[in-house]
Design a protein around this ligand. Structure first.
Ligand SMILES: Cc1ncc(COP(=O)(O)O)c(C=O)c1O
Length: 388
């Protein structure tokens, strides 16, 4: 089946954070919203059919995790990433961010040091600070337009940390960490006995020519000292369902974490969370996903070509995974405030302010390209006009 990603769906008035939330943040209602990381594409028909079919039984009572839910996760992780996961290693969490928030409370105490690598998805910073843990920021370095880890600085900064919160692939740069980089990282974690929360929510969306590397597979240490957080929500555009999961192969770690989640009564999930994942993690799901990624790649190519040709002071950080593009606008020579004004007030575009991703994000803006390609044309027309 061929899916139509050119279709334009009006999301206004659906209480969408991306569409309806833009006016609360920027106090304008004329912005083309290309910020929050969900897609403007229709959630796939086989997922909607599964939800509809459950709705036909008009009793939405308490439900169990369906038999086969964790088997479908394990089968998917093997087919998509060649990762051999036993279904008993998989546990439900209502969201990746919530999962990591619980992980911090379960495995660390107030005042413990937790490392994040910057720039990164903003809740990483908030989770550490809001739980009263000590934030250790390890800056990534830019090399040839790509973020890299500085292993000397890592070895220095990681000493004394209880947990490393890894973003794999990296958001906002869309960087897929290589197995070699992850192995080096694992060695340093082993040296200091650090536990790793690996946020792999973007893992399934490797773009043509790339493959994702699962951190927990790079060494024995990583396998036994990592909680990996994943979700079908991001890749299949259903984050509103509140459905994610963790994988932990180490029994002690898993038992402790499961008991913590149960102490908060957060293990249940809503009835659609499970049904939708099981519909997504199928042949049909993989086909939809690959078509969607080819479409996103064409949007990235268009963006990159057009910016190179006519807005060359901006550099496109080409993502290796997912649909988020970090735009390096430093050559424009604007303060961060004026850069945001250029995009919002002059170009009428809602993008994420690079500075919100922490140190190293200043001078950048993050653009979401999981939209019909005519949105990309419109966005670049507006930006080009504003730059004049
Ligand atoms: C790296 C990363 N982690 C987590 C999330 C959010 O996950 P959830 O909605 O499952 O909490 C996002 C959403 O953009 C993300 O980019």
């Amino acid at each position: 089946m061929l899916y139509d990603f050119d279709e334009i769906l009006d999301r206004k008035g659906t209480d969408s954070v991306k569409e309806d939330g833009a006016k609360f943040l920027w106090h304008r209602d004329d912005l083309l919203p290309l910020w929050v990381a969900d897609m403007d594409f229709r959630t796939a028909s086989f997922i909607m059919d599964a939800i509809r079919s459950r709705c036909e039984h008009e009793v939405l009572g308490y439900s169990l995790h369906p038999e086969g839910w964790s088997d479908s996760v394990a089968a998917w992780l093997f087919r998509r990433h060649a990762w051999k996961v036993d279904s008993s290693w998989v546990g439900f969490v209502p969201g990746v961010v919530l999962g990591m928030a619980m992980g911090l409370r379960c495995f660390t105490s107030p005042g413990d040091k937790v490392m994040v690598q910057s720039p990164v998805y903003p809740p990483f910073f908030d989770l550490v600070k809001q739980s009263g843990r000590e934030l250790v920021v390890n800056p990534l370095v830019l090399n040839n337009g790509l973020f890299n880890m500085d292993f000397d600085a890592l070895r220095r900064d990681l000493k004394g940390c209880k947990v490393l919160m890894l973003c794999n692939p990296q958001n906002p740069g869309g960087r897929i960490w290589s197995r070699e980089e992850l192995r080096q990282l694992s060695d340093i974690c082993e040296e200091y006995g650090v536990l790793v929360f690996s946020d792999e929510i973007h893992a399934d969306m490797f773009l043509p020519g790339f493959r994702h590397n699962v951190f927990a597979t790079v060494s024995d240490y990583a396998a036994s000292h990592t909680i990996t957080f994943l979700s079908a929500s991001k890749a299949f555009n259903m984050p509103g369902l509140g459905s994610a999961y963790f994988v932990a192969s180490d029994e002690k770690l898993r038992t402790q974490f499961t008991a913590f989640i149960e102490s908060l009564h957060l293990q249940y999930g809503n009835v659609f969370a499970f049904i939708a994942l099981m519909a997504a993690y199928t042949d049909a799901g993989e086909d939809w996903l690959n078509q969607m990624l080819n479409y996103v790649q064409r949007n990235v190519d268009y963006l990159d070509n057009r910016i190179q040709k006519s807005m060359s002071a901006i550099k496109v950080m080409r993502p290796q995974s997912s649909f988020l593009v970090f735009l390096d606008c430093r050559e424009l020579g604007l303060s961060q405030e004026n850069l945001v004004k250029l995009f919002v007030d002059k170009a009428h575009l809602a993008l994420n302010d690079g500075a919100t991703f922490g140190p190293g994000g200043e001078g950048f803006m993050r653009m979401n390209v999981a939209s019909p390609s005519c949105f990309m044309v419109e966005a670049l027309d507006r930006l080009q006009e504003a730059l004049k």
